[in-house]
Design a protein around this ligand. Structure first.
Ligand code: FHN
Length: 597
């Protein structure tokens, strides 16, 4: 008993020690769990993306928008209830699917934009309680099932948009107007009492997910209305999380628990403040009969891992049908993710971002965790190296041990470490067909040395305008264009210096190539590459044009790779590579990359 208590204390203590920065206590479970389920289910699920034989009127085929897009009459919309098979609808099955998928929380659309409540609401007749016999209350059924299976329950509530209430917002009101008083009537007689019902009658609600994807100042909602709503939530359930789509900016009210990115928008930078991407398996959120854009299991897993490697969560949506069935393409992918998490969950749950640049390694992503007195780096290998060597650049500690997370026996993998470079020898076959995880254990958190260009799986160094060290302040990188046939580059019109750092793990000779586009007619200007020991100099050669597509008169500047020569690296260690580009007068050069191998 005593031991359990002490172990428990130690566990809480070490979790807190490893809490994600900028996360309030309320949101700790959220950042620890990383993976949740979103459920879009409502009357629109019965329409399946069609109304009276016509497909939804918008190229952005969100099935749950059919009411608004196809201008459906409020009362006629209720006829969709005829398509629901109440005997086979069982929300517990969705909860079990979430559990088997390794998801730890679930957010269901208690009320979407159509205004129809999935519970027995006493403040509106546009609800399930008034239109089912015997009465069904999906939120109650969900609450019971979530409790039974240890899944945290979150509720989606569309506060800004409500198409059925005469005072609610629909976008046509941009033309036909609505007074602030009429909108406030909707707010006071529907939003406030309904959210109160949800937070009073269903036990613990772990999060409430609002869905205003613009700031309130661009909408009819006032700051006062939002503050009223949030104050009520804090009063009723102080532990319930509120997301940023409430509509108040962080400057107006920092008391928001997590940031919601755009639909299917994945993270692109490490952030300490909790955040989440909502994602779909296909395109639509609600079930759409003709949606076919299924994302692969591998890309969904990488969405989860990529977000976790930047301190973010991923909430993946299911759109069950009107009989409660989850489309096979969705359940299949979720179960595959669950299988992966059964083996590799330690590399996701309770982990955080490590301190290296997110694109540091071309083989995959890194998460980390303090576990007892061991610090662990989880190397998520997306691309199992052909030569079975995993190169880790920028981590200064010497690992105690390396092993595959999939290996129950934790058999040691051999590795070598020198300064900020670790090389792990991998077995021939990757243990997982999607992403295999290599664990590196350290006695203490190793220091990350950022700004070093990592060795690629191909054994070379790709020096780009964007991975220089020190990072230049005002470098203008031109984004890819012309269907990316013109790659990212920097326009160099006068003498310019570029600097990088690489860690060379073996002494020897390496070839140096430069890729650029130069539209002059003759050889002019020069490129010089210097290390402390060697200097290479080469003239700039015209690269001419190339054809983008045949017969379309589409001629684009060609980018070509030129061999500059070889550099000798006398011993393993950190090297600074300096490049000076001196273009001819009025003959600019578009610099793309240097490749050293
Ligand atoms: O309009 C909704 C949409 O139907 C869906 O609910 C998504 C989920 O993030 N949110 C809105 C659009 O961003």
């Amino acid at each position: 008993m005593k031991t359990t208590f002490i172990t428990g204390l130690l566990f809480v203590f070490s979790l807190q020690l490893f809490a994600q920065k900028d996360t309030n206590e309320r949101a700790q479970w959220f950042t620890d769990t990383r993976f949740g389920m979103f459920v879009h289910w409502g009357l629109y699920s019965g329409a399946e993306g069609y109304w009276k034989g016509e497909k939804l009127r918008h190229a952005n085929d969100y099935a749950e928008w059919i009411y608004y897009r196809n201008q459906i009459n409020r009362d006629e919309y209720l006829q969709l209830l005829d398509r629901f098979d109440w005997d086979s609808i069982d929300p517990e099955k969705w909860v079990i699917l979430a559990k088997n998928a390794g998801m730890k929380y679930l957010t269901i659309t208690a009320k979407h934009h159509d205004g129809f409540a999935l519970w027995d609401s006493q403040v509106s007749e546009y609800d399930l309680g008034d239109h089912t016999s015997p009465k069904r209350d999906i939120i109650k059924e969900m609450a019971v099932a979530c409790k039974k299976h240890g899944i945290k329950l979150g509720l989606y509530y569309s506060h800004w948009v409500d198409w059925e209430h005469p005072g609610g917002w629909d976008h046509s009101k941009e033309i036909y107007n609505i007074s602030a008083e009429e909108y406030d009537r909707y707010w006071q007689e529907k939003v406030i009492p309904q959210v109160r019902e949800l937070l009073t009658n269903y036990g613990e609600i772990s999060l409430i997910w609002f869905d205003m994807w613009i700031n309130h100042s661009q909408s009819i909602i006032t700051k006062e209305q939002l503050v009223q709503l949030k104050t009520m939530i804090r009063d009723l359930q102080p532990t319930c999380l509120v997301n940023s789509r409430l509509g108040l900016s962080m400057e107006e009210d920092p008391d928001i628990d997590f940031k919601t990115l755009g639909d299917n928008q994945l993270g692109d930078k490490k952030e300490d403040f909790p955040w989440q991407s909502p994602g779909t398996v296909a395109h639509s959120w609600g079930f759409h009969a003709s949606d076919t854009q299924w994302k692969s299991t591998s890309s969904l897993l990488k969405a989860l891992i990529g977000n976790a490697s930047l301190n973010g969560n991923f909430m993946l949506n299911i759109g069950p049908r009107a009989n409660g069935d989850v489309p096979f393409e969705i359940s299949q992918r979720l179960l595959e993710m669950g299988e992966w998490l059964k083996v590799n969950g330690k590399a996701i749950y309770g982990t955080q971002a490590f301190d290296l640049n997110k694109d540091q390694h071309d083989w995959g992503k890194i998460t980390c965790k303090q576990e007892g007195d061991l610090f662990k780096l989880y190397l998520h290998v997306y691309n199992w190296p052909l030569n079975k060597k995993l190169y880790l650049t920028g981590v200064s500690g010497n690992p105690e041990k390396a092993y595959l997370l999939a290996d129950k026996d934790k058999a040691s993998l051999s590795f070598s470490h020198n300064s900020i470079y670790t090389e792990v020898s991998l077995p021939n076959d990757q243990p997982d067909p999607y992403v295999s995880v290599v664990v590196l254990e350290y006695k203490q958190r190793p220091a990350a040395v950022d700004g070093i260009v990592a060795k690629t799986v191909d054994g070379g160094y790709s020096l780009l305008p964007g991975n220089q060290s020190p990072k230049p302040e005002n470098i203008e990188i031109v984004s890819p264009s012309e269907y990316e046939t013109i790659p990212a580059h920097v326009l160099v019109s006068k003498s310019q210096t570029f600097k990088w750092k690489i860690f060379v793990d073996k002494a020897g000779e390496k070839r140096v190539d430069a890729s650029y586009s130069y539209q002059g007619k003759e050889v002019k200007g020069k490129i010089t590459i210097r290390t402390t020991e060697s200097t290479l100099e080469e003239n700039i050669h015209p690269t001419g044009l190339t054809v983008g597509e045949p017969n379309e008169n589409w001629h684009i500047d060609a980018y070509k790779s030129h061999r500059l020569g070889s550099i000798h690296f006398p011993e393993p260690g950190l090297y600074e590579i300096e490049m000076q580009v001196e273009p001819g007068a009025n003959e600019p050069l578009n610099f793309q990359w240097i490749w050293i191998k």
